[in-house]
Design a binder for this molecule. Sequence first.
Ligand code: C5P
Length: 224
Amino acid sequence: MTKHIPIITIDGPSGVGKGTVTLQLAKHLNWHILDSGAIYRVLAYAAQKHNLQPTQEPELAQLASNLDLQFQQVEDAVNVILDNENVTDDLRTESCGNFASKIAALSAVRQALLQRQRDFLQTPGLIADGRDMGTVVFPDAPLKLFLTASAEERGQRRYKQLKQKGINVNIGDLINDIAERDKRDTQRTVAPLKPAADALVIDTTTLSIEEVMQQVLALVNKVI
Ligand code: C5P
């Protein structure tokens, strides 16, 4: 790993606002972004297209190694291009997130995606968003953040986000889906969702995005 390029890792459960914080911070610092969840989602999308089941670990790992994947960082978003097709909108559904969390529990799949994630590290710096950025992918990162919020609040945030994108979901179903996904992500044996021992935990339940950014920027100014 290249030690002299700075990295900020932002881990935490679904719907906590990691993506928004990552984008705002990247804009502020003019750094690169790794949206690792999008990599697991794009693999889920490709797997479904190939009719693969979450039990087919070797086939899924093979697919993970061969994904023709590009990320295009635009003004306020990152576009995901798979086989020259913009699949960004297809990845946001809860069914894609659920399939992603099933295949993300497979060790061969995680191994196949490890170097691909580390390759995002480029000057002047990287903000890496996910579940295991601080624990597994970038264990030497100088600043590790772990965002949390109550399950209810995260459900509401994800609901608003999906609604803005024109995706209609039932709030009760959404909260259940998020809880199920978090349970799977937290309880898996490989790279479970948890704060790194040296991560700084920010509970965002009662904070606005502006208040979260204030805290994050104060830490960035202190550490980076
Ligand atoms: O962050 P996002 O909701 O897009 O992630 C989708 C799923 O991908 C998560 O529920 C998790 O199972 C998996 N994931 C992971 N490790 C990461 C990022 C995402 O296991 N670093």
